[in-house]
Design a protein around this ligand. Structure first.
Ligand code: LMR
Length: 394
C-alpha cells in the first residue's frame, strides 16, 4: 500500500534546520527557526530552570499520569501570568498542552467541533503553521490584511476594513498578542482597542496566540493587547507557550486557556476540551510543566527568571540596533531602520525568495523563504559575515 505515498515538501521552518545541520560550511548561520541564541551562539538552559530541575529530581513523588488537563499548579500559574487578577478564575478553563502549537491545535479542534461552519481569520502573513493546523482540524481559514505596502509596518486600515467586512458573526479571528510572527509588527494600544471594538461589534471570537510573552517589552506590557481585547469581548481562546520565555523548547510546555462569559460555560467547555485532548494525546507530559510550576511557585526562582528573561530581551534589542548600523555601514541602498520599531525575535527583511535562496546556496545563511529573519540568532561574532552576505545578495 505504501508505494502510493508521495513525498511531502519539507516544513517551511523546521525543514530549514534539517538542511542547516547537513551544511558542512563551518561559518554557516541559522536565522530560520525561532530559537534564542546567547552571545556565544548557544541556546542555554536558564539557571532558574536548572535549579528547578534539581529540586524535581530530588523530590518528584511519581511518574504516574497527569490529569487530562495537566498539572493543577501549573494551570494556575498560566492563568496568573496571562491575566493577573483581571479575570475571575471561575470564567477560565485552562488545559496544559504540548507547546503553544498543541494549544493552537486544541483550540482548532474546539472551534471545529463546537461551531460548525465557523471560519478562522488569520493575518496575511502569519506563522507558516497556523493555516496548516486549522485546516488539519477541518476548520477553514481566510486572511485579513496586515502589512503595509513596503512591508515594514502595519496596514491598520486594511486590517480594520477586512475584519469589519469579511467575517460572519460567530467566526474566529486569530491575533498575535505580541511579537507578531513573522513580521515583528504589533498594533499600538489604541489600535488594540479598535480591534477589540470591531470583534465585539461583529460578534467574532478572538483566538490569541501568545508565544512570546516577555520578549517584546516585558511580561506585563506584552499582555496589554490581550487585556484590551478582553475588556471588549467576554469570550476568547488564548494559546500560550513557555518554549521561548523559559527556553523550554524541547519540553513542549504550553497551554490553551478558554475565557468564558460565565462560570457554567467555562465548566462545560473544560469538559469538551478534555474530551478532545483524550482523543488526541491523552494527557500532557509532566516535566516541563513541573519546571514552570517550581519556578513560579518560588519567589527567588521567579525573580531569577525575570532577570534571565530581561537579559534575553535586551540582547535581542541590542542585536537589532547593531544589525541596522552594520547594514548601513555596508553602504547598501536599503535602510533597515524599521527593524527598530519591531518586537520580539522576528522581522521581515524584505529579501525576496531569490535573494533568500542565494543567501543559503552562496553564503550558508539560512532564513525563512518569506524573508523572515530571527534576530535572536544574531551574535556579535556572526554579524559581520551576515551583513556582508545580505549586502552581497542585495
Ligand atoms: C518559529 O516560528 O520559528 C517557531 O515558532 C518554531 C516553530 O515551531 O515554527
Amino acid at each position: 500500500m505504501f508505494e502510493t505515498v508521495s513525498t511531502a515538501p519539507p516544513d517551511a521552518i523546521l525543514g530549514l534546520s534539517e538542511a542547516f545541520q547537513q551544511d558542512p560550511n563551518p561559518h554557516k548561520i541559522n536565522l530560520s527557526v525561532g530559537v534564542y541564541k546567547d552571545a556565544e551562539g548557544k541556546t542555554p538552559v536558564l539557571r532558574c530552570v536548572k535549579a528547578a530541575e534539581q529540586r524535581i529530581v530530588d523530590n518528584e513523588p511519581t511518574k504516574s499520569y497527569l490529569g487530562i488537563d495537566g498539572l493543577p499548579e501549573y494551570r494556575q500559574h498560566v492563568a496568573g501570568l496571562l491575566f493577573g487578577d483581571t479575570i475571575d478564575a471561575e470564567r477560565l478553563a485552562v488545559v496544559q498542552t504540548p507547546g503553544g502549537t498543541g494549544g493552537v491545535r486544541v483550540a482548532a479542534d474546539f472551534v471545529g467541533s463546537q461551531f460548525a461552519g465557523a471560519k478562522v481569520w488569520i493575518s496575511n502573513p502569519t506563522w507558516a503553521n497556523h493555516p496548516a493546523i486549522f485546516q488539519s482540524a477541518g476548520v477553514a481559514t481566510e486572511t485579513y490584511r496586515y502589512l503595509n505596502a513596503d512591508r515594514t509596518g502595519l496596514d491598520f486600515e486594511g486590517l480594520a476594513t477586512d475584519l469589519t467586512n469579511g467575517p460572519a458573526a460567530g467566526d474566529a479571528v486569530l491575533l498575535h498578542a505580541c511579537c507578531h510572527n513573522p513580521t515583528g509588527v504589533d498594533p499600538t494600544a489604541e489600535q488594540w482597542d479598535q480591534v477589540g471594538a470591531i470583534l465585539q461589534q461583529r460578534k467574532l471570537l478572538p483566538i490569541i496566540d501568545f508565544a512570546y510573552q516577555g520578549f517584546g517589552n516585558g511580561l506585563q506590557q506584552d499582555a496589554a493587547g490581550l487585556h484590551t481585547v478582553l475588556r471588549h469581548c467576554p469570550e476568547a481562546l488564548v494559546c500560550s507557550s513557555f518554549s521561548k520565555n523559559f527556553g523550554l523548547y524541547s519540553e513542549r510546555v504550553g497551554a490553551l486557556t478558554l475565557v468564558a462569559a460565565e462560570a457554567d460555560a467555562a465548566t462545560a467547555s473544560l469538559s469538551q476540551l478534555k474530551r478532545l485532548v483524550r482523543a488526541n494525546y491523552s494527557n500532557p507530559p509532566r516535566h516541563g510543566a513541573a519546571i514552570v510550576a517550581t519556578v513560579l511557585g518560588d519567589a527567588e526562582l521567579t525573580s531569577q527568571w525575570h532577570d534571565e528573561l530581561a537579559q534575553m530581551r535586551q540582547r535581542i534589542a541590542t542585536m537589532r540596533q547593531q544589525f541596522v548600523e552594520r547594514m548601513r555601514a555596508t553602504g547598501v541602498d536599503r535602510d533597515f531602520q524599521f527593524l527598530l520599531n519591531q518586537n520580539g525575535m522576528f522581522s521581515f527583511s524584505g529579501l525576496n525568495p531569490m535573494q533568500v535562496d542565494e543567501l543559503r546556496s552562496q553564503h550558508s545563511v539560512y532564513i525563512v523563504g518569506s524573508g523572515r529573519i530571527n534576530v535572536a540568532g544574531m551574535t556579535e561574532d556572526n554579524l559581520p559575515r551576515l551583513c556582508d552576505a545580505i549586502a552581497a545578495v542585495l
